[in-house]
Write a protein that binds this ligand. Structure first.
Ligand code: PLP
Length: 731
């Protein structure tokens, strides 16, 4: 059915068909005109069948031409979204992630750890640390990075991913200079000498080094330079005595045809045949075992599956040129501007009408370089008609920008006649989502960015004090925390840090609007929020709270936080509790006709820990509010119902002052564990079991308490202008 060479550039399921919209291009049985009308333009579509076919080409060729173990890593930089990351898992592909953002997408798509690989030429400590918890393989680019990794490994020695070293073999592939990466003066990778040094460092420090990697560049069509690179890498493997269980990764870079002049094009099979043959030959010559062979394609997996659809706006004639001006360009596809990339195109309706003169297809942006295609023989076309540009699946959306306030396009997944939105078009509101007005400006721009995190049964919304024109009133806090009419939260953590300080400052508010001096879950959440904003690194840091100062340490790539909570204090004046100054231990009170034994303890905030043989939600809800407001606690108190399980485990139910019954609480865990230890019922390392999860508490000699537990990011957004306006009057 593919009659013209230009159509051959399109996805495999492309047809020139008579549809309701006329004689036109369809992909995967979907009418492109209808899609453009429904979802707007510019619009990107991905054809699932073409994606699958590209993977199968690689997989079959590896089976056919490589006798050892082999695998494929998808280079996510070509285009990664939640759906694309999920698609990789239909084929058991590994996913190469560069940076925290791509790692986040892979995690959201549940790409397993053993298939997550990290690349990057200058990886931040955050990326390395996240990599340790999330990735199965880290490709180390340089010796500085290896030192960082070594330090991280010292504090977390059991969990280090496989380490591959990225070699710069001094081989240049024929492609645009901006996408060559393997030549001697490239910024990527290490020289042979550095690789040997790095390997020794790994081995001396017991780092699991078991792979060598190179990547020569992108969009090359002549495979020959890869031979030199493979042979140099095998020389290194021999020198380093890599043993039987090592991986050789040849990177990606195999090119695709973008224009009919590029056809016919050597296939994926040709490339794999060529490369695998050299690996086998090189290993045989050296008498070294065949490595696991890993390929890392990006473009050749996804480029052909993607098509960009634009609507023509204006046709202009200048003395030398016919300009077809489209509604997208540089902002969704900067490849012409970056490397004079060459493309082709077809009208969507009546695609095979005869070509007229050459046309220059350009976008609406304020740059003369905003051109998509130069001097392409193209039919006459009218304003309003749709144009499709094939081979748009790689390095377009992943490099798209908001230039001139452009909103990035919607993306559709086409499969079996069905179109599914896999990315919504951005809205102009998205462009100001992270913006803030000038201080004291008179604009009514009053949206406030918030981040919501979950920390064991509790969630907190974190807001920066500087973003608020006026402080929150208690009624506003109640409304924000409300689960029906607000955002739903167990409290608000207000970031009051000042840039000049070398510590951070936070205040906590309960959902009833009252202030809490200190919150263990809130502190873990606040620490994670600082980590995500890259305001803290791998070192411990200090947080000031109204209930005292704590130190925090983020580990496992942000997933877990340890807080030094300070001292548990049993002095009755600290709570405070009425009566003579004393250690308030094993006292009695009569509540609702029941005699309860309790201890009081301050963790910077007051706690009354009731000792029980059995605990229940009902008792906590019945007695908690009565104890909270007991006359002996003039400032009111948090209440825990404690059951000691054994010397290392306790179980608690929690009633929080100002918040009520709660599934988990950090400072409550510390308080209850301190009481269990103080009474000699538990040792110093205690797991606290709560309905919302578990926290690890360790108690030092002077009742200095450390608390460790998980934190997860839930979402972030803006308290929109409307909601915020609604909150300005105290109710
Ligand atoms: N691997 C690495 C390290 C890369 O930098 C790239 C991109 O240049 C690739 C793989 C994928 O290259 P391509 O999309 O050209 O296959």
């Amino acid at each position: 059915m593919k009659t013209s060479p230009r159509i051959q550039l399109f996805p495999h399921t492309t047809r020139n068909k008579t549809t309701r919209s006329g004689n036109q291009l369809t992909i995967a049985g979907c009418d492109l005109t209808e899609l453009a009308d429904q979802y707007g333009t510019p619009l990107y579509v991905y054809d699932a069948a073409t994606l699958n076919a590209a993977v199968q080409s690689y997989q079959l060729a590896l089976t056919q031409f490589y006798p050892g173990h082999a695998g494929i890593t998808y280079a996510g930089k070509a285009f990664l979204s939640l759906a694309i990351a999920q698609w990789t898992q239909r084929h058991n592909l590994w996913v190469d992630c560069t940076g925290l953002g791509e790692l986040r997408i892979a995690a959201a798509a549940a790409v397993p750890k053993e298939r997550t690989l990290i690349h990057g030429v200058n990886k931040s400590p955050q990326v390395l640390s996240t990599g340790i918890s999330q990735a199965g393989t880290i490709v180390v680019d340089n010796l500085t990075e290896l030192e960082r990794l070594k330090t991280l490994a010292q504090s977390n020695p059991t969990n280090i991913p496989d380490i591959w070293l990225r070699f710069r073999p001094g081989a240049a592939v024929e492609t645009h200079a901006h996408i060559q990466t393997g030549q001697h003066d490239s910024k990527f990778g290490m020289s042979g000498q550095e690789i040997v040094q790095a390997a020794h460092i790994c081995r001396a420090n017991k780092l699991p080094f078991n792979g060598l990697h190179f990547h020569l560049g992108s969009q090359f069509h002549i495979p020959d330079p890869i031979e030199h690179a493979i042979r140099r890498t095998l020389d290194l493997a021999e020198e380093l005595q890599m043993g039987a269980d090592w991986t050789l990764c040849l990177g990606g870079g195999w090119g695709v045809p973008y224009h009919e002049d590029d056809l016919p094009h050597a296939s994926i099979e040709d490339f794999v045949h060529f490369s695998a043959g050299i690996v086998v030959d090189g290993c045989t010559q050296r008498g070294i075992p065949l490595p696991r062979l890993q390929l890392e394609p990006g473009r050749s997996l996804v480029a052909q599956a993607g098509v960009a659809i634009y609507r023509t706006g204006t046709i202009k004639h200048t003395p030398e040129r016919r300009w077809i001006l489209l509604d997208g360009g540089l902002a969704d596809n900067p490849r012409f501007a970056l490397y004079q990339a060459r493309y082709s195109a077809l009208p969507i309706v009546e695609p095979l009408r005869p070509n007229a003169d050459s046309a220059w297809l350009a976008g609406p942006f304020c740059e003369s370089g905003d051109v998509l295609i130069e001097a392409l023989p193209f039919p006459e076309i009218d304003p309003g008609e749709l144009i499709a540009i094939p081979v748009s699946g790689a390095y377009q959306l992943s490099m798209a920008s908001n230039y001139n306030g452009a909103t990035r396009p919607a993306v559709l997944w086409l499969e079996d006649g069905q179109a599914t939105v896999i990315r919504n078009r951005e809205s102009p509101d998205d462009l100001i989502r992270h913006d803030k007005p000038l201080p004291n400006s008179s604009t009514n721009f009053s949206s406030v960015l918030f981040h919501k995190f979950h920390g064991l049964g509790n969630d907190y919304i974190v807001v920066r004090e500087d973003d608020l024109e006026t402080p929150f009133t208690p009624a506003q806090i109640q409304q924000i925390c409300d689960r029906q009419y607000g955002f739903g939260s167990d409290g608000i953590a207000l970031d009051c840090s000042k840039p000049k300080d070398d510590f951070f400052t936070v205040r906590f508010f309960n959902p009833d609007g009252s202030e809490a001096e200190k919150s263990g879950n809130g502190l873990r959440i606040f620490a994670r929020y600082l980590w995500d904003a890259e305001r803290v690194g791998l070192e411990a840091f200090q947080i000031m709270t109204p209930g005292g100062e704590v130190r925090a340490l983020v580990h496992q790539g942000g997933e877990s936080v340890t807080i030094e909570m300070g001292k548990a204090d049993f002095d009755s004046r600290q709570i405070p509790t009425e009566g003579a100054h004393r250690e308030s231990i094993n006292e009695m009170m009569l509540i609702d006709g029941q005699e309860l034994t309790y201890c009081v303890v301050s963790m910077g905030n007051p706690h009354c820990v009731v000792l029980c043989d059995e605990i229940s939600v009902e008792d906590a809800k019945k007695w908690g509010p009565l104890i909270e407001k007991e006359a002996r606690f003039p400032n009111r108190t948090n209440v825990q119902f404690l059951k000691v399980i054994d010397r290392d485990n306790i179980q608690i139910e929690i009633w929080e002052r100002g918040a009520g019954y709660t599934l988990a609480s950090g400072s409550s865990s510390c308080a209850a564990a301190a009481v269990a230890h103080r009474l000699g019922l538990c040792d110093g390392d205690i797991t606290v079991h709560m309905p919302g999860g578990e926290l690890e508490i360790s108690i030092g000699e002077n009742f200095d308490i450390n608390m460790a537990g998980p934190v997860a990011k839930v979402w972030q957004g803006n308290i929109s202008e409307e909601v915020f306006d609604d909150l300005t009057t105290d109710k």
